[in-house]
Design a protein around this ligand. Sequence first.
Ligand SMILES: *Cc1c(COP(=O)(O)O)cnc(C)c1O
Length: 355
Amino acid sequence: MSRFLSKKLSSLEAYTPGEQPRDKKYIKLNTNEFPYPPAPDVVAAVNADEMRALRLYPDPTGAELKARLAEVYGVGSENVFISNGSDDILNFSFMAFCENGAAYADITYGFYPVFAELYGINSKIIPLKSDLTLDVDEFCRTDSTCVIANPNAPTGLAISLEDVERIVSANENRVVVVDEAYVDFGGESAVSLTKKYKNLLVCQTYSKSRGMAGARLGFAIGDAALIADLELIKYSTNPYNLDRLTLAAGVAALSDGSRLYYAEKQSELMATRERTTAALTAIGAEVIPSLANFIFVKIPSIDGAELNAKLRERGILVRHFKTERIKDYNRISIGTPEEMATLVCEIEKIIGERK
Ligand SMILES: *Cc1c(COP(=O)(O)O)cnc(C)c1O
């Protein structure tokens, strides 16, 4: 740290992204990436013509992509915001909507406390219940802006659309941000509620369910006035925060063919998730039933950090969090059926060595 850094930033603890190793080839189940490549239309869209056009600035309004998203999600273009990953949208939302503090769960996406700290926002931490489900009643009682990952990370547990609506209607004078990064793996989206409630912002991403984490593309759907607020911040920081290639890829990922492709691959992934859950349970693991592309797993006889290290020695990366309440768990992304079979086999060996 230099002596020039603003005082208010000197104690900021940054978010720690999951590891992207370069030392050797691992089975990589640590950052919830999609195990399949983007749809063929996406690959075709990022072509030499698009490369040559990089000379020109991209469309700062992203009009074509917004129009397509609006069509697919049954809203107007004015209800859609697009940005450089949904992290960007969460960042803007903390900047824009949290003067009255931010309420979020104790166990949830690790970026929320970082944004709160960055902007000096008061955090109201609402602990998950003992079964790690969201305390919906407490979110109905708060006087802060609510930020809810649904399904939640790293638990994979979701709340129902009725519960989302309860929270949104109980907080009509505050924004409720529903972070639906994992909604395409069996969750219920709250997008339909954005027509009824002016205080609801739903964020989604191409990173987890469309195999485009490397493209950095997220979007939000909400009342036109909320979207205008986000545009204000975007045009006050970086109007060109989506490059031409990403915009083209984003549109191509919404073609009829792409949508079929993704629906099929997402179903495949959910089937792999269910098989992996059953197989791990059969060898003595505790697995929280997940609606995301990862599972949260505890092996009663083995410490969470130790399981993480042992899997790593065997070439498999999964994610462990040191937070006291969840330190016995590892979050394991769902990979291909072959990768998951290897994972189960290695965990079985690790358990066997213990006995
Ligand atoms: C991965 C993740 C994000 C970030 O997604 P990007 O679009 O890649 O920035 C946001 N929220 C949650 C809960 C996530 O797990």
